[in-house]
Ligand binder design. Structure first.
Ligand code: GLN
Length: 474
């Protein structure tokens, strides 16, 4: 496996002139050259653009110009984030060939700080899935064991970092799509508090749930990346009018005196190897001076059901715009209505169609109250349970994923089994809170296990303190 440099090291090295941005990029491109065929992390590698950008940064450093906080840091972007003039597909045939006329806010903020984009990564079509097997362009493989999935839906972003193709990457998390692949690929992955990171230019799946966040090799790398991308954006009406949180300066604070919640009525079904690592994580935090407190989350197991009404309902509405008129694919037919139908039938894959049908049904007259309305009530109960739990603790630990990375095809014939991958990650999205996955040792077959740190809304600072402590003890 290619040697992985950290974001923090690259940024420090390049800006001081000790390291060349071009040399860093060439290491990543060499890794891509040797393993991308097998892994398929990318829908598109933008090598030439990246080379120009890296060379420019090196020139600026030599000329003594001020370079950004991410000077020369190689970054891969999930292919559902708009990049100006660069194909953005959501791994769907319906968007193939579409080039956005603008950059997402996150992309712009990263570029302004000197990031070098290496390409657009593969995902489950429109971010719907947990294994990246739902991409219209073929699956991504887990670099740690290519007979296994990398998780999803941001599987390409996770695989890109795990394989040394980029120092860091970005994904989107609607129900776990950053944290679960981070866990399965042995990386740190962050789902920020809803409203902390701008969604402008992120192609919407479930607008009340979606957040962009980083994948990285270390907790400090994610802290730095969050400091760059977070903070108010007037172009996103759900963006919280607050500056980005300071996170790098909390990493050394330790967890002495912090109260860490253990959910006593946690949904069942996790494998013993994962539960053993969770126990070890509690032990490590206790050893570092934290107090472990029992909390209850009676509504947690209803999260999945509520999510599979709310998310498809929002998706069915968001995806209505892909009709063959403005974006990507058009299948000609005898009249306009037939063209819409033919385009959508040919352009969307099975899982996307399943979600559109579920969502349309849940929102239809006569069923709205029984399904969508009820799901919103459950969503509220979950938020209430969290609020109650956080009266007695500062953060909560759970597994990120019930199992380590599974084999290709294991869950493709059974959507419900696939949906269960997100039983621990979904409740946070419904509540709008912060959460992240931290690698914490290995389980079955020597594969990585991720521990999930949950924190209240805007609780990124305590969450990163806990994450850093776990990393020190992993
Ligand atoms: N796996 C979940 C789903 O299929 C979550 C996806 C996501 O977070 N984008 O909807």
């Amino acid at each position: 496996m290619a040697q992985r440099r950290t974001v923090v090291d690259i940024a420090a090295g390049v800006s001081s002139g000790a390291l060349s941005a071009s040399a860093v990029l060439e290491e990543n491109l060499a890794a891509i050259g040797s393993r991308e065929k097998e892994i398929h992390a990318f829908n598109l590698v933008t090598a030439e653009r990246a080379r120009e950008r890296a060379a420019q940064i090196d020139t600026d450093v030599k000329a003594g110009k001020k370079v950004g906080r991410l000077a020369g840091v190689t970054i891969a972007l999930k292919d559902n984030m708009c990049t100006r003039g660069v194909e953005t597909t959501c791994s769907s045939k319906i968007l193939a060939g579409w080039k956005p006329p603008y950059d997402a806010t996150v992309v712009r903020r990263l570029a302004d700080e000197g990031a070098v984009f290496v390409g657009k990564t593969n995902l489950d079509e429109f971010a719907m899935g947990s294994s990246t097997e739902n991409s219209a362009f073929g699956p991504t493989r887990n670099p740690l064991d290519t007979s296994r999935v990398p998780g999803g839906s941001s599987g390409g972003s996770a695989a890109a970092v795990a394989a040394g193709f980029a120092a860091a990457s970005f994904g989107s998390d609607t129900g776990g799509s950053i944290r679960q692949p981070a866990a399965l690929c042995g990386l740190v992955g962050v789902k920020p508090t809803y409203g902390t990171v701008s969604r402008q230019g992120l192609i919407a799946f479930g607008s009340s749930l979606d957040q962009i966040g980083p994948f990285s090799s270390t907790v400090a790398d994610s802290a730095l990346l969050m400091e760059v991308i977070a903070g108010h954006d007037p172009l996103d009406s759900t963006s919280i009018p607050q500056p980005a949180p300071s996170l790098l300066n909390v990493l050394d604070q330790g967890v002495k005196g912090m109260r860490i919640g253990r959910i006593t009525d946690m949904p069942e079904g996790s494998s013993p190897d994962v539960l053993a690592r969770l126990e070890a994580a509690f032990e490590a935090l206790r050893g570092a001076g934290a107090q472990i407190v029992d909390v209850k989350m009676p509504s947690m197991s209803f999260g999945l059901t509520a999510y599979y009404l709310v998310a498809p309902a929002e998706a069915s509405s968001n995806l209505a715009r892909f009709d063959g008129v403005r974006y990507g694919l058009r299948v000609d037919a005898k009249d306009l209505n037939a063209m819409y139908g033919a385009t959508r039938a040919a352009g969307f894959g099975d899982e996307v169609k399943r979600r559109i049908m579920l969502g349309t049904y849940a929102l239809s007259a006569g069923y709205y109250d029984a399904y969508y309305g009820k799901a919103l009530k459950v969503r509220r109960l979950i938020a209430d349970d969290f609020a109650k739990a956080y009266e007695s603790c500062d953060a909560i630990l759970t597994p990120t994923s019930p199992t380590v990375a599974f084999k290709f095809g294991d869950k493709t014939s059974n959507p419900l089994a696939m949906y269960l991958c997100d039983v621990f990650t979904i409740p946070t999205n419904l509540a709008g809170h912060a959460a992240m996955s931290v690698p914490f040792g290995t389980g079955e077959a020597g594969l990585p296990v991720g521990v999930q740190v949950l924190a209240p809304a805007l609780g990124e600072a305590p969450m990163f303190r806990v994450a850093a402590e776990l990393e020190r003890n992993a």
